[in-house]
Design a protein around this ligand. Structure first.
Ligand code: PLP
Length: 376
């Protein structure tokens, strides 16, 4: 993806040519949703919420049916107010996007020009880099020894053309996390001109007291943006709504390029209801906590290496390279049993699979199928 094609004379071309770099981008490959010959496969490939979503959020979504002819509030006022109140944040410093994906895209577009670079971990979430490449920027990938972000490696990548660092904590697809002391050390060592984006898509699932999503740091720092999503804990992936908390100057700059109606009325209403449904949030967190430990223990018991411990709603598992036992073969075997999991070739992890924590029956079916696969 980082190789740039030689630049062509676009004016002399016989047909319109995209700008350099665009055709080098690998389009995002989502987690599989279909299995051949199986009507209703179990989807454990996209880190969705196994418990679904809050009944209150579903009712709020349904209420939007009366308003389909009306443009949504461009400033997502009701969600802005709800998040500001819940986290004690200044409303004007919030950015809303069509998923947090769009917040990443907007940050890339706001800060990167050709020749600049963006830094992320080796296994950084694919959504960060696409927008950077589209800005004709370089993407630098810092090694993640032991599948964990290494602050010193990130810092080694930073130079005077670095404009952004994206850090998902916990990471996807690794599930690992770094303590806040390390995030602070990274921030302290960065030039003030570099924006540090702390992606907390899975932050709610990280229960260790050493974890912190960085909102308090972002309150006073002039170069920290914290992002969150309604797709994971709140189970609203279909509605595409996420947010960022940024310094006022950054929020104001981003606002200039954000398309006005980027979050729908249905998404805004459902997000407010989801945020208010603490029972659903608590049930989701307890559920993930219970089944994540169980899954890691069971899969480890089968002799497979589980990366981690995971602090997210999925686990990353290493497979042997031996023919008959590989990750690709396991993925196909599981699909034949109707279990869709995430192959990670696009992350440079062809020997790993990622399993989202599913419902009890699905987690048990996964472990049984893996046992059968390894016994073949
Ligand atoms: C690390 C990470 N950040 C952000 C996102 C994007 O979430 P959203 O649905 O808000 O665009 C994902 C989605 O899988 C993710 O894994």
């Amino acid at each position: 993806m980082s190789e740039q094609a030689p630049s062509l004379d676009r004016a002399a071309a016989a047909r319109p040519l995209p700008k350099p770099g665009i055709l080098d981008i690998h389009p995002y490959v989502p987690g599989k949703a279909k299995a051949e010959g199986i009507a209703e496969p179990v989807k454990l490939s996209a880190n969705e919420n196994a418990l679904g979503s809050s009944a209150k959020a579903q009712a709020a979504f349904a209420s939007a049916g009366q308003s389909l002819h009306i443009y949504p509030d461009p400033r997502a006022g009701i969600v802005r107010a709800a998040i500001a109140e819940r986290y004690r944040l200044e409303p004007e410093r919030l950015i809303f996007g069509c998923g947090s994906d769009e917040v990443f895209l907007l940050l890339n577009q706001t800060f990167l020009e050709p020749g600049d670079n963006m830094v992320q971990g080796e296994f950084g979430f694919a959504g960060f880099a696409i927008g950077a490449y589209a800005c004709q920027a370089e993407v630098r990938r810092a090694p993640e020894p032991g599948f964990r972000i290494d602050v010193d490696e990130l810092l080694k990548c930073v130079d005077d053309r670095t404009r952004l660092i994206f850090l998902a904590n916990p990471g996807n697809p690794t599930g690992t996390w770094i303590p806040f002391s390390e995030v602070r050390r990274l921030h302290d060592a960065l030039p003030p001109s570099v924006v540090l984006v702390l992606d907390g898509a899975y932050g709610e699932f990280a229960a260790d007291p050493g974890f912190d999503d960085g909102l308090d740091l972002a309150r006073t720092a002039s170069n920290v943006v914290v992002t969150h999503t309604f797709s994971k804990l709140h189970g609203l992936a279909a509605l595409r709504i996420g947010w960022g908390y940024a310094p006022a100057e950054i929020a104001e700059a981003v606002e200039r390029i954000r398309m006005p109606f980027n979050t729908s009325i249905a998404a805004q209403r459902a997000a407010v209801a989801a945020l208010g449904d603490e029972d659903f949030q608590r049930a989701s967190l307890e559920f993930v906590d219970t089944w994540r430990s169980w899954l890691a223990q069971q899969i480890g018991g089968l002799g497979l290496d589980v990366v981690g411990p995971s602090a997210a709603n999925f686990v990353l598992v290493a497979f042997p390279k031996a023919p008959g036992r590989t990750a690709a073969e396991a993925e196909a075997f599981l699909a034949s049993r109707g279990l869709l999991v995430r192959g990670l070739g696009m992350y440079g992890l062809p020997d790993h699979l990622r399993f989202t924590i599913g419902l009890e029956a699905h987690n048990r079916a996964l472990v049984d199928a893996l046992a059968d696969f390894l016994k073949r």
